[in-house]
Structures are given as C-alpha cells and as structure tokens.
Design a protein around this ligand. Sequence first.
Ligand code: NDP
Length: 489
Amino acid sequence: MAEYDYDLFVIGGGSGGVRAARMAAQTGARVALAEESRLGGTCVIRGCVPKKLMVFASQGAAQISDAQAFGWEARAGDFDWARFHPRLREELDRLEGVYRKLLDGSEVEIFDSRAVIADPHTVRLDDDGTVSAKHILVAVGGYPVRPEIENADLGLVSDDMFLLEELPKSLLIVGGGYIACEFACIMRNLGVEVTIYARGAQILKGFDDEARGLLSEAMKQCGIDVHTGTTLTEMCRAEDAPSGPRPTGSDATMGAPAGDDEAAATDAPGPDPKATGPIWTQASNGVEKVFDHVLFATGRRASTDGMGLEEAGVTLQRNGSIVVDAYSQTNVPSIYAIGDVTDRVPLTPVAIREGMAFVDTVFKGEPTPVDHALIPSAVFTQPELGTVGMTEDEAAEQGPIEVYATSFRPMNKAFIDSHSRVLMKLVVCAETRRVLGCHIVAPDAGELIQMIGVAIKMGATKEDFDRTCAVHPTISEEMMTMRAPARTT
Ligand code: NDP
C-alpha cells in the first residue's frame, strides 16, 4: 500500500496550480487539486482574461470615431453593459469548464473545497477530512488589499469590477499601478468619468520614465483626471458626509481641510458591487468629491492567512508571501510554492513556468531553477505599454549606455489628425552593444514586446536590430531604423 494518498496535492486551481497538477499527472504521479472558489483563479476568473475582454469592449468608441474620420458613416451610441456583462459571465463559465476538463482529462482528482496544511504531508479539506501527500504545492495566489483608511470597505477592489451590475457614472481609482491604469482606460473608454489619485510623482512606478510620461499624457488626453502626489484621506457614504449629501460627478468639487482619521488596514469584505451608492471622498490636497464608486487598486497580498503554513514550519516573508528557493521549494522539504503567493514576479505566465519547473525538478528528476530574467510584460492601457529588460535609469546605474528613442504619430493617426503618439525605445549597453531594455507605448505594444522579447532574451545587440530589414509601413519598423542615439550616459 502506498505511503501517502497522493504523490502531489496542489492547493489552488489557478493557472500555475492547474498546469503543475496536469504536468505532474502526465508523469504517472497520483495528483489531487483543491480549489475553494472557481477553477482558473485570478487570471481567468477575476484578472487578465475578463480584463482583456473589457479592454476589447472599451475600444469600440475610438474605433468608430477613427472610422468616421476615415470617411465612414458611423456613430457610437452608449455602451450597453447589460448586453456585455452576461456574455462576459458566460465566457468565464466556459473557460472554467475548460480548466475542469483539462484536469479531468489528466486524471487529477479535484476537490471543490478549501484546503489548508495540517502538517508537512497532510492537507485538511473543508468537507472531506484529511488526505496525505508526498509533496504539497501551494499555489493559492493573492488578493487585492485596501489601504488603511476609515470606511475603506465601501470601496471596490479589482475582483468587484467584473461583478458590477451597471456602469457607474463616475469612478475614483486609488493607486497608480497596473490595475489602476488598466481600469482607468477601460472605464473611461466605456464612458465613465474617471479620476485617479496616485500617491507617487508619476503613475506606473518601476516602468521606464519616458514611457510613463507619454502614457500619462495619453490617459489625460482621453479624459482621465490623473492626480499624482495625491492620496485619499477620507471617505464615507455621501449621506454621511461632514456637511450633508453632495451631487455626484465632476462638479461636486469643493475645498476643505483634510482629516486624519485612519482605521485598521482592511482586507475586510467590501460592498456588494451591485449596490451602488455615492461615496463622499476627501483627498490629501483638500479636494472633496463624490463618486459613484471608489476602486482601490493599491496592490495585492499573498493568500496565506489561515493556511497552516507557519504551523507546519514554513517561513513567510513579512508581507505574508512564502519564501522559496530557485526550485520553488520552501524550507519544509515536502512543501513547494509557486505563483503570486511567493511574490516573485506576479504574472500568469511566470506562475505557469514555475509550475512546470517544479514538475521537472520533483517528478522528472531534472532539477530546473526558474529563470526570472528578462520577462516581457504589458500594461493593457490604451495605448498599451510593453516592456522587457531594464529601464533607462536602471541600466544607467550599471554602466555607460546609449538610448535610442523615437516618438511619433503613426500614419493612421496622422491621417485623421489625431494627436496620439507612440514611443519606441531601446536601452543599449555602450560596451557590449547588447540591448538591455525595450519600452514601447503603442497600440498592440503587448504583441510587439512579446516578439522583441525573443531577440533580447537571445542577447541581441543594437547592430542586430540595425541589420534586420524593416517591415514597411509599420509602427515597429522604427525600432530597426533608429540610427543615432538620442542620448548617451
Ligand atoms: P501595483 O503594485 O502595480 O500598484 C499598486 C499601486 O497602489 C501603486 O501605485 C502604489 O503606489 C499604490 N499604493 C499602494 N499602497 C497604497 C496606499 N496605501 N495608498 C495609496 N496608494 C497605494 O499593484 P496592482 O494591484 O496594480 O497589481 C498587482 C500586480 O498584478 C502587478 O504588480 C502585476 O504584476 C500584476 N498585474 C499584471 C497585469 C498585466 O500583466 N497586465 C495587470 C494587472 C496586474 P506606489 O507606486 O507609490 O507604491
């Protein structure tokens, strides 16, 4: 009789956990997976996938307006969220079904239940008692957090944005990162009045400064009210506002002294996203405004609370994420962790690669460290921001560099006299000539950066770009034709 019920028990049915479970099962291992919510996890159910579908939906008005300018008789009406939303739900149901089928097809046993670690080889399931496993893989991801401000539970988080029964007229987004900027563009382009309060001097900290600047301008041009260096200091239901209810919308601004009430940080459940009700807010600059909704896009935290990890001896970081080595192994040899719960690079494709490297290491006997270098990624704003490698500032800290950059109006935008600009930028090591970083702000920058990522991962030099023939007429050909550096440092 086998020593354990399973060779592998995976906790968490997101992209990383599902891939690891399937790949391990294909080696002949006996594998089970528990998911307390919906298979597919953050990416499929409340992240990348529904977000991207909302991006597609939100592009309609601009496409129609461009078409008009090109000569089409076309007119955009209002966006009908009530038509889009049920289709979105259906699509997510379909994808969840695909994930279940994939697991079934790989003979992974699925437990639709919360699972916690009872000891290094035992998992406790909500309804099914305990099971034992030779290896446990924790792939439970993370959850969005609200800042420490009184009444923060009145604000929405990204999960809630996919559950809205109707579009708000006005939305305040707190935060200036990926999620803040993506939802700002989506909502604005769906017709919502959007305001951003970002506490930093510029949005998208960590990205290339030039790209951040151009994107911020583009967001302002499309009507997003971006306030940097600004935080939310107070919020409450409009009817409870210090001097009575206020009208919603942009004309509801008034000056007032800032308050300093703060309460405990909260990952407490937020409001029912279906229940709309105006929220009175006060910003650090004293401005008071009422919004239909406030969205907190202020970062995420690993879902390790109550998981039994510390009791089993697993070391966590101060932010709750799990400490792992290059093979995703924790300090407890039978327990591994992958994906956002480890707070390495919180992106879906990275979690998937970590899952596959884990399977190679543990089930195929091929120790495989995870390669986290030169990961291309995109922010799905409008226009998109695609990036791979170092920013100009990061590269300059390491030694002499050359910067090749060009910003221009693409031909389709120039034709219709639109002000939209794109940015193409290469950061090159002056000594080795290797391209250290590439940054693109343009429509479909996510698609472009994926391809350029291959060249940069292979160690392409600036001269490799130069000797690659341009595809004409395209936006990306400019990347091959930048002859003189814009600056050297
Ligand atoms: P980010 O870390 O990108 O952004 C968090 C933002 O919230 C920052 O602007 C931060 O400011 C601000 N912030 C944090 N705490 C507070 C506070 N108490 N008060 C006010 N502002 C605050 O997190 P996101 O939640 O946007 O995204 C999480 C991760 O998910 C990303 O890092 C990314 O890896 C992943 N993701 C990827 C996407 C993609 O690939 N397209 C899309 C969405 C998410 P400051 O910068 O000053 O610290």
